[in-house]
Design a protein around this ligand. Structure first.
Ligand code: FDA
Length: 398
């Protein structure tokens, strides 16, 4: 006989496990289904193996969405402190690394074990590894056909995440189910991802691969413009590092990034004001401010002779140099794609969902949570906070 559950959660990642645990502990009969052989791979590999599980300052302003107000309700009902309290109950040590980012002292595995234990407290039934062939609405119920037989459920929660890192099991399952039920989607694209440049244009910067430095970077359109002060890393194919990962979520194809390679110095102003007193040549002055290889690389890429005496240079030339350093306009030709992206921008259109329960307004019982939804956090623990908060919101609503 086909087994019936109050809730079937598809996807046992961050949001799915949280949702299953909360619903189970409230007495709901829950089944959690995932096609992967290893549990919660994204948590395991996150934060370099230590999982940047939240950010103490997380708020709606740290998320991108076509509907920026949508995330407010869930985020305010399950805060970073709530997740910290859960960690404390399991005696998991953590520390703050940078700008409010919290990491496990030991291992991301501790978060996975904790969520598994929370599911066990809620008597959650596991079906894993197990693929899902289809979900069909039958009257008030959903019939979920899986490799291990059919399941009936009053509620289905789709927590299968986004498209990033297909090699560890990411699929477009959530989007396919959305299309099947006529739920609108916001176009998706890779985010928190290194940016690439056309090979011949990038040639002058190839010798700079491996150099990292603090920069200010800006991109995006008026409505969604990003501005970050973080580290940038030169790579063989383009730019990476936290500054670039952050700005990649705001960058639109064909747009230029505006990079300030020396945020603490206005190069043109300093050079013009002190021109007559500077004895050193251009290369020497720049090497005081920037890593030597980068200083020479930037001068050469912009056609300046490092041996030129600053005192002899016209102000117009110094202004041009200032622009090249303080307002470097550089246009990526793309990104490293879902293979390297930490998250997927876009997804289920939040205008279709209830802020309270993440249920599709028109289809009672069908819910979407976590990264599958068009709510994308900045780099720094925000995406997991959304997974915990949206999972809890649904878990409490069932
Ligand atoms: P998640 O991807 O966690 O889970 C989805 C689950 O659904 C998976 O278990 C998958 O196997 C399953 N699934 C998919 N398709 C299925 C199908 N067709 N049938 C059945 N099951 C299916 N965020 C952060 O806040 N701090 C951090 O430190 C990091 N670090 C980080 C590093 C790397 C390398 C990546 C790729 C990502 C991060 N992130 C992050 C982002 C974070 O991992 C991500 O936002 C959350 O895991 C999203 O949680 P979800 O539960 O929505 O999806």
């Amino acid at each position: 006989m086909t087994k019936q559950y109050d809730v079937a959660v598809i996807g046992a990642g961050a949001a799915g496990m949280m949702c299953a645990a909360v619903a189970g502990q409230r007495g709901k009969k829950v089944i959690l289904i995932d096609h992967a052989t290893k549990l919660a791979e994204k948590i395991r590999i996150s934060g370099g193996g230590r999982c940047n599980f939240t950010n103490i300052g997380a708020g709606p302003q740290h998320f991108l969405s076509q509907n920026p107000h949508f995330c407010k309700s869930a985020l305010s009902r399950y805060t970073p402190q709530d997740f910290i309290n859960l960690l404390k109950r399991y005696r998991i040590g953590y520390h703050e690394k940078h700008k409010g980012q919290l990491f496990c002292n030991d291992s991301a595995e501790q978060i996975i074990s904790m969520l598994k234990a929370e599911c066990d407290l809620g008597n959650v039934t596991w079906r894993m590894p197990c693929s899902v062939a289809s979900i069909v609405k039958e009257g008030e119920l959903f019939r979920i056909s899986t490799a291990a037989g059919d399941v009936l459920a009053n509620n289905v929660v789709i927590a299968t995440g986004g498209l990033s890192i297909p090699k560890i099991g990411a699929t477009d399952f959530a989007y396919r189910i959305a299309r099947q039920f006529d739920v609108k989607l916001v176009e998706s694209r890779p985010a928190l991802v290194p940016l690439t440049f056309e090979a011949s244009g990038w040639q002058p910067y190839l010798p700079l691969a491996g150099i990292a430095l603090p920069v200010e970077v800006e991109a995006g359109e008026k409505k969604m413009r990003g501005h970050f002060k973080e580290d940038l890393l030169f790579t063989h194919r383009g730019l990476s590092g936290p500054a670039i990962l952050q700005i990649s979520s705001f960058w639109q194809p064909q747009q230029a990034l505006n990079v300030n390679l020396l945020p603490e110095h206005d190069v043109a102003e300093t050079l013009i004001a002190e021109k007559s007193t500077i004895k050193k040549n251009l290369g020497n002055v720049f090497s005081q401010w920037l890593p030597n290889r980068l200083a020479l690389g930037i001068l050469e890429a912009n056609g300046f002779d490092p041996a030129a005496r600053i005192a002899d240079m016209p102000d117009k030339q110094l202004k041009k140099l200032g622009d090249a350093v303080n307002r470097w306009p550089i246009t990526p030709n793309g990104s490293e794609g879902y293979r390297k992206a930490e998250v997927t921008l876009g997804g289920i259109d939040t205008r279709e969902l209830s802020q309270q329960s993440m249920a599709v307004n028109r289809i009672p019982g069908l819910h979407f949570i976590g990264e599958a939804v068009d709510v994308t956090g900045w780099l720094g623990g925000y995406n997991f906070q959304w997974a915990w908060a949206s999972g809890t919101a649904t878990g409490l609503s069932l």
